[in-house]
Design a protein around this ligand. Structure first.
Ligand SMILES: Nc1nc2c(c(=O)[nH]1)N[C@H]1C(S)=C(S)[C@@H](COP(=O)(O)OP(=O)(O)OC[C@H]3O[C@@H](n4cnc5c(N)ncnc54)[C@H](O)[C@@H]3O)O[C@H]1N2
Ligand code: MOO
Length: 406
């Protein structure tokens, strides 16, 4: 299949969108919910804190009993009970009395403030106080954080650590979230070997396995990795054996046009190729197809092209499977470099950007993985532009903003 007709990036996105699958929900343990996406709104089952809670170690008192007390005017209260966090007192504080409390203890009946321990000296049952508190001081009132019945999270929220804690405080040990796509990565190429082996002539280290795995991990996704030789029958079987079990198949390699580049033809044979070849750089030979209703993303073998294709076309689709609309923030910067580009093609130039400007463009070959380490951003050149002049304002996206757990 020749790569003579390229579709525009917007057209590629439109076709992906038309073939977008959104997964069902599932109920999972809250501890496993990091970076998962809520399927429904969540309403709190409890007030939090569930009772008026002491915010300090000290003594629950009637604030009015402490007024005017100071180091020069020490007053004496009677300690009638002592409790820690997790305990409560049956007693009621009357005028002139105090109950020792810990941070987190329920404030005993009758008390309306907590005097910090530092302002007291206890002497048996007597409590000398040399400080004053106002009513409600050092008390976290019931429901201060969340109220019973309150909507604490909206559906489609991506769960981070703080949301996990909020859901727990609302009384839930489980969460209903979108299923996350199970991804099968099939790296193709006869020349590929694992790192660590002594390289024989014409062998190439399989780095895509690691870059693509890392990109999936940054979205909280797990991946099953396989390798196929450039053998039509082997690849066909691997694809067909994956469509039942996996929600998405990603391949790398074999997207160009030479003899060993079989991936596109194999997908055409066992399913349908919806497009092959997009007017983007890097990553022009990107292909997308469907086999037994399973979407197949065909990335290039070149490591930088594969990463670029993932960034421009795959990530958005995978997130939308969990109903997340993801728009990484673009920043405006002054370009301190002149960069050529061709009309009709959208370029994602590897760039090193500071808070003000783009300092370097790493417009190197798509095999130069080091350029992705040296760059920190993509500078985007629109298809309607022919190059960027020095001093021009451009748009960039920082790599780290492409990760969900940024
Ligand atoms: N005549 C043409 N040749 C090429 C075209 C074209 O339009 N006409 N497009 C070029 C572009 S652009 C790209 S991008 C590449 C895409 O190539 P393939 O997807 O077919 O990739 P391979 O040929 O399998 O490999 C390319 C290169 O990358 C190395 N490789 C492959 N897999 C891995 C891996 N898992 N880890 C690390 N490196 C890998 C491979 O050894 C090759 O060196 O095609 C251009 N050619
Ligand atoms: O798309 Mo290729 O990445 O330009 O080398």
């Amino acid at each position: 299949m020749f790569l003579t007709e390229l579709i525009k990036l917007s057209e590629a996105k439109r076709i992906l969108n038309e073939n977008q699958i959104i997964l069902d929900g599932e109920i999972i343990d809250l501890k496993d919910s990091y970076l998962r996406v809520l399927k429904d709104d969540i309403y709190s089952k409890h007030d939090s804190p569930p009772f008026d809670k002491s915010a300090m170690d000290g003594y629950a008192v009637i604030a009015e009993d402490t007024f005017t007390s100071s180091p020069n005017n020490i007053k004496v209260l009677k300690i009638i009970d002592r409790i820690g966090a997790g305990n409560y007192s049956e007693k009621t504080i009357e005028k002139g009395e105090a109950i020792k409390v810990a941070t987190g203890s329920p404030v005993p009946k009758g008390g309306n403030a907590v005097l910090m321990e530092e302002y007291t000296i206890s002497n048996g049952e007597n409590l000398e106080i040399h400080g004053a508190v106002t009513p409600s001081e050092n008390i976290a009132p019931q429901g201060e954080d969340i109220k019973v019945g309150e909507k604490i999270l909206e559906k489609n929220t991506i769960l981070r650590s703080q949301e996990m804690g909020l859901i727990a405080s609302g009384g839930y040990g489980k969460a209903e979230v979108y299923k996350k796509p199970l991804v099968k990565l099939i790296v193709t190429g006869n020349e590929l070997v694992e790192p660590g082996s002594t390289l024989k002539k014409a062998e190439v280290i399989n780095s895509n396995k690691f870059t693509i795995t890392g990109m999936l991990k940054s979205l909280g996704l797990d991946v099953e990795i396989d390798h196929s030789h450039d053998e039509i029958q082997e690849l066909k079987e691997k694809i067909l054996n994956s469509t039942d079990e996996y929600d998405v198949i990603i391949t790398t390699g074999g997207t160009a046009i030479s003899k060993g580049d079989i991936v596109i033809d194999v997908i055409e044979d066992v399913g349908e190729v919806l497009f092959h070849g997009v007017a983007i750089r890097p990553g022009k030979p990107f292909g997308f197809g469907v086999v037994n209703k399973t979407p197949v993303f065909m990335l290039s073998g070149y490591p930088v092209a594969a990463m670029g294709q993932f960034d421009t076309l795959v990530r958005e689709y995978l997130l939308k499977m969990q109903n997340i609309t993801f728009n990484p923030k673009k920043h405006k910067r002054i370009s301190n470099v002149k960069i050529p580009s061709s009309l009709g093609r959208t370029d994602f130039v590897r760039a090193y950007s500071t808070d003000e400007s783009v300092e370097h463009a790493l417009n190197k070959g798509s095999g130069i993985i080091k350029s992705m380490v040296e760059a920190n951003s993509y500078l985007i050149i629109d298809e309607n532009k022919e190059g960027i002049e020095k001093g021009e304002t451009v748009e960039i996206i920082y790599f780290e903003l492409l990760n969900l757990n940024k």
